[in-house]
Design a protein around this ligand. Structure first.
Ligand code: NAD
Ligand code: 2HG
Length: 527
């Protein structure tokens, strides 16, 4: 049973995937104060929010059993992603569900702005039949500058072309191919704001976009320019905007989002040139249903052990690729755990080499699992696939993912190599048809060992009696050997034994084995 806390109002229809799931318990507690949230969040495995609730580091630290945060919408700027990732909490969002609604809202704002509709309506409500104060401008033939040509920006651009506007856009991450497909002229941010009669922003709020439209930018704009922000408060510098309106440089502004939300009083709303809505871009029946379904679906998938569709703090992997890598996830984790038990000393480099059928696909989920297995043995259960790479970075471990065509006769092969100051250790594993996961190589020795829970790895001299002495010693400890593999580099030289045993081999038994003649090293491995 997993417990889900829903902190912001979500569409009841959209909650069906969770409500109908027999293993989930859903508590809807909207309007919690920060203190109440801090107090309650520790009881939940999943947390669902829209944009109102701020999930900062304090909330994340209090969320001791939280595994997943679902953001029913696009922007995740109300979630401390760094803190979530560090704590191994997966964050998912619903990036597609409200695109159309937000684009329609942006166009509604553009038209309302051009024709002073809210101001005229307000005057009428105040019993003023005033026609001359509200003369607008046509959109046809005007230039719309779109900053951020992603999902919503692209939809807005298409619709603006329907209004017979010219569209110029700035998006440093857009491929020329996509821009051409959209039939939009691309330019630098300066080129766009210098020629635009209307400017609409559709970027996320990140370091690079914070106050992207600032005092310096306003100076470059055409006199009488009009602006729309249905993306995020803070992309436009509100103080600079206020002054630019007062000076007459900016003729009108439509805002759906603000630097601080919610608010009751805002100095921009004292200006007649400003029209606004209280963050309504995604507020349609349709969008709310889809975003709720999408995040709830991902939460259910997560607790069913399936890959989520919209991860934010993990790279997304297409479904067909995931199907291919899924069988290798556990093998990867066990190989990571195995090599950790082998390797001594400070880790310098961690290399995972893939071959065979894994050579041509995105294997990043497997690498994350290998790292998780490796670091868990060192750092404990708090390491998972979400934060493993972060922990590796912090420890100064260089993680290298490599592909090779050398399959050594296997359909697929994963080799984990760990380079420490003292040595290089490596282990290879594969999935054998019908036989499951096997270790097929340890250092330079070829073996064929099932990935059982309790393993013993022994380095010894290839001398008569060594194997017997090990068997006797373990028998004295009442440890039953299930399988044994031996291998040697050359007759009478270095050799290994790989044992699978029926119970954990304690440190004192390991020490006893080390005292036997011809035994050089003994490592008990728990997978
Ligand atoms: N008002 C609302 O209710 C509402 C609803 C939905 C989305 N949004 C917001 O709208 C924005 C856009 O959402 P989306 O779904 O289109 O996102 P998206 O990720 O599809 O598009 C964002 C685009 O911005 C571009 N971009 C990133 N950094 C940039 C920069 N420095 N300069 C210019 N472009 C840059 C990206 O390349 C991308 O193409 C987000 O901020 C989102 O939170 C608001
Ligand atoms: O929760 C909302 O209604 C706002 C959503 C919107 O800002 C988003 O980024 O998806």
């Amino acid at each position: 049973m997993f417990k889900v806390l829903i902190c912001d109002p979500l569409s009841e229809e959209g909650l069906k995937p969770l409500r109908e799931n027999p293993t989930s318990q859903v508590d809807v507690l909207t309007n919690l104060s920060k203190e109440e949230l801090l107090d309650k969040v520790g009881n939940y495995d999943a947390l669902l929010v829209r944009s109102q609730t701020t999930i900062d580091a304090a909330v994340i630290h209090a969320a001791t059993r939280l595994k997943i945060i679902g953001r029913a919408g696009v922007g995740v700027d109300n979630i401390d992603l760094q803190a979530a990732t560090e704590q191994g909490i997966l964050v998912v969002n619903a990036p597609d569900g409200n695109t159309n609604s937000a684009a329609e809202h942006s166009i509604a704002m553009l038209m309302a702005l051009a024709r002073n509709i809210p101001q005229a309506f307000h005057a009428l409500k105040n019993k003023q039949w005033d026609r001359k104060s509200f003369i607008g401008v046509e959109l046809k033939g005007k230039t719309l500058g779109v900053i951020g040509l992603g999902r919503i920006g692209a939809e807005v651009a298409q619709r603006a072309k329907g209004q017979r506007m010219k569209v110029v856009a700035y998006d440093p991450f857009l491929t020329l191919e996509k821009a051409e497909k959209l039939g939009v002229t691309m330019g630098t941010v300066d080129e766009v704001i210098q020629v635009a009669d209307f400017i609409t922003v559709h970027t996320p709020l990140v370091k690079e976009t914070k106050h992207l439209l600032n005092r310096a930018a306003f100076e470059k704009m055409k006199p009488g320019v009009q602006l729309i922000n249905c993306a995020r408060g803070g992309i436009i510098d509100e103080d600079a905007l206020y002054d630019a309106i007062q000076s007459g440089k900016v003729a009108g502004v439509a805002l759906d989002v603000f630097e601080v939300e919610p608010f009751v009083d805002h100095k921009l709303l004292t200006l007649p040139q400003v029209i606004a809505t209280p963050h309504l871009g995604a507020s349609t029946v349709e969008a709310q249903e889809v975003v709720a379904v999408d995040v709830c679906d991902d939460v259910v998938r997560y607790f069913n052990g399936q890959a989520v569709k919209n991860p934010v703090n993990l790279s997304a992997v297409p479904k067909d690729v995931l199907k291919k890598v899924e069988p290798y996830l556990q093998l990867g984790e066990k190989l990571g755990s195995f090599v950790q038990d082998l390797a001594n000393g400070l880790i310098e480099e961690f290399r995972v080499v893939y071959s065979g059928e894994l050579q041509d696909i995105d294997v990043s989920p497997i690498t994350r699992n290998v790292l998780k297995g490796f670091l868990r043995s060192r750092l404990g259960e708090s390491v998972n696939e979400v934060n493993a790479k972060l922990f590796a970075d912090r420890l100064g471990i260089t993680v290298i993912e490599q592909k090779t065509s050398q399959t050594k006769g296997f359909t697929s092969l994963i080799t984990v190599e760990v380079l420490t100051k003292a040595e290089m250790r490596k282990v290879s594993g594969t999935l054998l048809n019908g036989l499951g996961a096997r270790i097929v190589r340890v250092d330079e020795f070829i073996v064929d060992v099932p990935l059982e829970a309790h393993l013993v790895f022994i380095r010894h001299k290839d001398q008569p009696g060594a194997i017997g002495r090990v068997g006797m010693s373990l028998a004295e400890e009442r440890i039953n050997i299930a399988t044994m593999q031996v291998g040697r580099a050359e007759r009478g030289g270095a050799a290994i034994m790989m044992l699978t045993v029926d119970k954990h081999v304690k440190a004192k038994s390991v020490e006893k084995l080390k005292t036997l003649a011809d035994i050089e090293d003994v490592i008990a491995i728990e997978l």
